[in-house]
Design a protein around this ligand. Structure first.
Ligand code: CUA
Length: 227
């Protein structure tokens, strides 16, 4: 989960998030190289005393500084496209979770299993226990099995919300009248926090998302004992 003054991405808990982090680092390296080069050139411009009275024809340098950035962009665009298509790929999901955004809470439906459904509200600060996180914990967590392909379908009832979990690499907008779909695979057991990230209203920051990832055996147990 995110903690104070954390500027980096959270650790990836799914293969897709790992790929996103690799792409972020790759792009950041290119960005740093460009920034250093341009800063060097600009600083030099301030301090040089060279005078060129005939600065008119420079086809070669113009050719170079046109093609070089285009070439650099290809190195960002191709991995970006690869990632874009990878994120949308669905391979035989084991279960489907439906997530519905409301003002201002989420509700979930496990349509595969006797239609389990529940609401998920943020725990108010004055009702928190010592082991809960302020503004992040909810009363009913999403329980999901790890090491399985999971499909998530996202929609909303009132305004646009966004179902977002950074450590799983998921961010899908919840639109009224539309059903959006994405998928993920959780690598390890744990609790993964997210928040609605569409500016949906005054209490927008109070609709957190919590996924509790457990083993498939415990998940079946949870399903069976759900009342
Ligand atoms: Cu719902 Cu922001």
């Amino acid at each position: 989960m995110a903690t104070w003054s954390n500027l980096n991405l959270q650790n990836g808990a799914s293969p897709l998030m790992e790929q996103i982090i690799f792409f972020h680092d790759h792009t950041l390296i290119i960005l740093i190289m460009i920034t250093i080069l341009v800063s060097y050139l600009m600083i030099n411009l301030f301090f040089n005393k060279y005078i060129n009275r005939f600065l008119l024809e420079g086809q070669m340098i113009e050719l170079i500084w046109t093609i070089l950035p285009a070439f650099t962009l290809i190195f960002i665009a191709l991995p970006s496209l690869r990632l874009l298509y990878l994120l949308d790929e669905l391979n035989n999901p084991l279960i489907t979770l439906k997530s519905i955004g409301h003002q201002w809470y989420w509700s979930y439906e496990y349509s595969d299993f006797n239609n389990i459904e529940f609401d998920s509200y943020m725990i108010p600060s004055n009702e928190m226990k010592n082991n809960e996180f302020r503004l992040l914990d909810v009363d009913n967590r999403i329980i999901l099995p790890m090491n399985n392909q999971i499909r998530i379908m996202v929609t909303a009832t009132d305004v646009i919300h966004s179902w977002t979990i950074p450590s799983l690499g998921i961010k899908v907008d919840a639109n009224p009248g539309r059903l959006n779909q994405t998928n993920f695979f959780i690598n390890r057991p744990g609790i993964f926090f997210g928040q609605c990230s569409e500016i949906c209203g005054a209490n927008h920051s109070f609709m957190p998302i919590v996924v509790e990832s457990i083993s498939i055996k415990n998940f079946i147990n949870w399903i069976n004992n759900y009342s």
